[in-house]
Ligand binder design. Structure first.
Ligand code: HEM
Length: 470
């Protein structure tokens, strides 16, 4: 029997190889009709090279770069794409949206995050929505409105952890979602958050999944999550509009903006703005905070210096007094820890752009409608920019701060520079302030951390917490 199977397989093998070769060749020929394309391979029809990209992203990228150079073509996530690993060119692309290089996130992602979300629009719509967003989460709003609320939230969130063992991965996620939700919708009954949470969870995970829309898949659940979140937001907006009560939250201000001509948003834009802010600040903030806690645990000298910074702030304050803007501004070492963490544990690997016309880059022509994957991960480990790039060294950011780095794209660049950058950093700083001055933490067992496609501790990151002053 075994011999029979072997004979069948052996006789079919040439046929399978011929068909595979023909399919790969056909896909190459299909795309090579375009003149002036960069070198590279297009993989299988429809699938392209998505499987290799998702399974072994960084090594796939390095392998292709070794063969084809810093600019190569491929087919990933359903689109013909040019990957750019050239530092200077990446900067040019991010700073030149007006030259036909607009954001190009996959359709599947837009289905979940919304077609009117800020990252899906360009030109005057982008300017208007971004203006509205910056007025709500930018530095002025942070200083006058958000900081006191974040301070109160963190104190209550971190209360009573002595003696507990916490999975800091889950806990930081819970923190990031809960605080972002409260900024959006404040003073609603706690049960509202409990109703939103499962739908939001599904939406966030679904937006980053393989886009297979059949019942049971993560993507399918993501779409269901969006449907539910939209229903709940619409109902809330109706209630708010029919009431004369004033609220101190972002939804209230967005509804006010909808009457104001400068930042006037449609209902669809309000909903998509809320969803994109909840989505953008969720995994980015939670993962950066989790990894900062892990690196501080593994590097006692850095933890000592961070604690010194925060105890110096506490010494000038009365017991229980809140952190103010001046205190926050003085947290220079903590900010350096956050930048170094974001560099080393890259959360955003690359940024997607789409060409609105044929665009010439480094002598190659990128056809209209193609995606450009501005791959920024590798830049974070460039030994010329960051000597000993795999060493956790927050001090390097004290010598040269974030703004002086021309090629650091941790928070994007150009007119898409993350509008929540400072808010995300503020939340992490305030969490670390109360965490490091109140507690010590010991990792329980050894933690496995995956770095790609997402930074993830598959079994969690468990910490034993005890009071610092005992
Ligand atoms: C450590 C935390 C964060 C990191 C690493 C991060 C990273 C980024 C990056 C790389 C981009 C550029 C995307 C592109 O060019 O296509 C971006 C955009 C954006 N981020 Fe963040 N982000 C963080 C926190 C936040 C927070 C807390 C919020 C909201 C409160 C936020 C809201 C946004 C929005 C709305 C955009 C789109 C901007 C536009 O298209 O004009 N981010 N972020």
């Amino acid at each position: 029997m075994a011999i029979f199977v072997l004979v069948v397989v052996a006789s079919l093998l040439p046929l399978v190889l011929t068909i595979s070769f023909a399919l790969l060749k056909w896909n190459e020929i299909r795309y090579s009709r375009k003149k002036g394309l960069p070198p590279g391979t297009m993989g299988w029809p429809v699938l392209g090279e998505t499987t290799e990209f998702i399974k072994s992203g960084p090594s796939f990228m390095r392998k292709q770069r070794a063969k084809y150079g810093n600019l190569f073509k491929t087919h990933i996530l359903g689109c013909p794409t040019v990957v750019c690993m050239d530092t200077e060119l990446n900067r040019y692309i991010l700073f030149n949206e007006g030259k036909g290089l607009i954001p190009g996130y996959p359709e599947s992602m837009l289905e979940i995050l919304g077609r009117r979300n800020i990252a899906a629009v360009d030109g005057v719509s982008h300017k208007r929505i971004r203006g509205s967003m910056v007025s709500l989460i930018g530095p002025l709003a942070m200083k006058e409105d958000l900081l006191p609320k974040i301070d109160t939230f963190m104190r209550s969130f971190l209360n009573n952890w002595n003696g507990k063992t916490v999975d800091i991965q889950e806990t930081t996620k819970e923190m990031a979602l809960s605080i972002a939700f409260r900024q959006m919708v404040d003073r609603e009954p706690a049960s509202l958050y409990e109703m939103f949470k499962p739908a939001l969870d599904k939406l966030v995970v679904g937006a980053l999944s393989l886009p297979i829309n059949i019942p049971g898949t993560t993507y399918y659940h993501g779409l269901q999550g969006r449907k539910r979140v939209v229903e709940m937001l619409k109902q809330l907006m109706e209630e708010r509009r029919s009431s004369s009560k004033a609220y101190d939250d972002i939804l209230y201000r967005l509804l006010l903006h909808s009457k104001d001509s400068k930042y006037s948003l449609t209902d669809e834009e309000i909903i998509d703005s809320i969803i994109i802010v909840l989505f953008s600040g969720y995994e980015t903030v939670s993962v950066t905070l989790m990894m900062a806690i892990k690196y501080l645990h593994d590097h006692p000298k850095a933890l000592r210096e961070l604690r010194d910074e925060h105890f110096a702030i506490r010494e000038k304050k009365k017991p229980g007094e809140a952190i103010d803007w001046k205190d926050y501004k003085s947290m220079n070492f903590t900010r350096s820890v956050i930048y170094e963490t974001s560099r080393l544990a890259t959360v955003v690997n690359g940024l997607m752009r789409r060409t609105t016309d044929d665009v010439v880059l480094n002598g190659f022509t990128i056809p209209k409608g193609w995606r450009i994957y501005v791959y920024v991960r590798e830049i974070n480990y460039d030994p010329f920019l960051y000597p000993e790039p795999f060493t956790f060294n927050p001090w390097r950011w004290l010598d040269k701060d974030y703004e002086s780095h021309n090629y650091c794209f941790i928070f994007g660049a150009g007119n898409r520079l993350c509008p929540g950058k400072d808010l995300g950093i503020l939340q992490i700083c305030i969490f670390l302030h109360y965490f490091a001055t109140t507690y010590r933490w010991e990792e329980v067992g050894r933690t496995e951390i995956l770095q790609f496609p997402r930074v993830l501790a598959p079994k969690g990151l468990h910490l034993k917490i005890s009071n610092y002053h005992e």
